[in-house]
Design a binder for this molecule. Structure first.
Ligand code: UD1
Length: 422
């Protein structure tokens, strides 16, 4: 963990082409599938170079796999397959470590995974992961802060993975991975439809699994005896793409966001367009051009294909400096508003009421020293800094590095004045 800072001189209009890296949230479960469920080596291409990917490789190494990351190519050798414990020290660094739970119990009949705690965006329960695996026949107990799951052989079952806030990406991925090696057929209803689940299903099918319906609310998994290694190219990161689209908008720029995929970004495109941003989809990606005057729009986050919670803070940054009042309602993580106080320190006028933020547009941000407190809350501070008058210092950049590959270099390449200082 580094204590780097970003120093941003605001006011530059962003112009040029910026390429989006591959999806962090797709890479993490794909690496787990390759390391735990497979019997032979897999090669994953276009892996983003991010702290979270390193953390996941650390977890997989502890579980006996060998991982080799060369530039953007990750080779995973599943190794001897006998360790089944993901310790607290690793899981607390990255909640996505919970993805090893289902695969371990499916492959080894046993898993011991530290209970992930809450995080800066509020409580994050894992009950759906556990009830899903119980439905597959796992016996689950909690001891000393660890989830212990055991089953001599998982058996296919029908289940809904609907929680109080809709489908769960993590639970869908966890159960889908476990069910590939179960006896018989599993039907998940109310499954998450996120593109990262589709990419995981594609990877598993290439490994020899038999999954139908990835990307729809009903996923059918016919269990198979074993899975083998494969080669896979990870999908582009739709949240990074959306963040660059907002970066163009907030600086009234002219940017081609390369690798962005239209069907991954419909809700984001729709809201930006409603605000007045021009988005022109080309073969290479999204060409974003921006008039001087944008208007306020209301946004409600919801599971895919709705507006992603991971784009909520960035959209709030943009709405802070347009004319009018917008209401942003957070339906996935009702407490996910830690960025509000920092944005207000930069001159925004935002008030939170229950799970909504009411944003009264102001003319501009004014620079200030601010602190990133989680990944996306950090991203919006960089965006605000780009649009602010004067010098903004963003500290605790390690939160941003968890999910954005060299964001400062990419932004500088399209005209931002941003440097990293140790
Ligand atoms: C994933 C993403 C995260 C994104 C989130 C929602 C990864 C590594 N992370 O997180 O960036 O913000 O999807 O799009 O892919 N819930 C329960 N019980 C559970 C699990 C979840 O009630 O067992 C609730 C959560 O509290 C939340 C909602 O369901 O309100 C959605 O969470 P979920 O989709 O599971 O998020 P993650 O997979 O953790």
């Amino acid at each position: 963990m580094t204590m780097d800072k970003f120093i941003i001189q605001g006011g530059n209009r962003l112009e040029g082409t910026v390429a989006v890296s591959s999806s962090k949230n797709a890479t993490l479960p794909i690496a787990v599938a390759a390391a735990i469920l497979s019997d032979s080596v897999s090669i994953i291409y276009n892996v983003p170079r991010l702290q979270d990917v390193n953390s996941m490789c650390g977890v997989l190494e502890v579980l006996g796999a060998k991982t080799y990351l060369d530039e953007a190519t990750l080779t995973i050798d599943p190794g001897p397959h006998d360790a089944y414990e993901a310790p607290y020290d690793l899981v607390r660094k990255m909640r996505a470590s919970i993805y090893v739970l289902g695969p371990l119990v499916a492959k080894l009949g046993k898993a011991r995974v530290s209970f992930p705690g809450g995080c800066a965006i509020g409580p994050r329960p894992v009950d759906l992961h556990l009830t899903g695996l119980e439905k597959l026949g796992a016996n689950i107990t909690i001891e000393h802060g660890y989830i212990v799951a055991e089953a001599s052989k998982l058996k296919g079952a029908d289940m809904s993975l609907r929680g109080p806030r809709g489908s769960s990406v993590g639970a869908t991925g966890n159960v889908m991975m476990a069910a590939t090696l179960a006896e018989g057929t599993t039907t998940i209803s109310d499954a998450a439809c996120e593109p990262e689940i589709v990419d995981l299903a594609d990877m598993l099918n290439a490994m020899g699994a038999d999954i139908e319906g990835g990307g729809t609310p009903i996923i059918k998994i016919h269990g198979v005896k074993e899975l083998h290694g494969t080669e896979h190219i990870v999908i582009p990161d739709r949240i990074e793409a959306g963040t660059f689209m907002v970066a163009a908008a907030i600086t009234r720029g002219d940017v081609l966001v390369k690798n962005a995929l239209p069907h991954h970004l419909e809700a984001v495109t729709e809201k930006l367009t409603e605000a007045g941003v021009n988005i022109n989809w080309q073969g290479e990606g999204a060409h974003v051009t921006v008039p001087d005057k944008l208007s306020a729009v209301d946004v409600r986050t919801s599971p895919f294909p709705g507006f992603p919670t991971d784009m909520q803070s960035q959209m709030m940054g943009l709405m802070s400096i347009v004319e009018g009042i917008s209401v942003i309602t957070e339906n996935i993580y009702p407490d996910r508003f830690i960025h509000v106080s920092e944005l207000n320190r930069m001159g925004a006028n935002i008030r939170v009421e229950d799970s909504s933020a009411i944003i009264k547009g102001v003319e501009k941000f004014s620079s200030a020293p601010v602190m990133a407190s989680d990944l996306r809350a950090g991203a919006v501070l960089v965006l605000a800094g780009l649009a602010a008058e004067g010098e903004t210092v963003v500290s605790r950049v390690y939160h941003i590095d968890r999910g954005y590959e060299q964001i400062e270099c990419k932004l500088a390449s399209i005209g931002a004045d941003i440097v990293r200082i140790p």
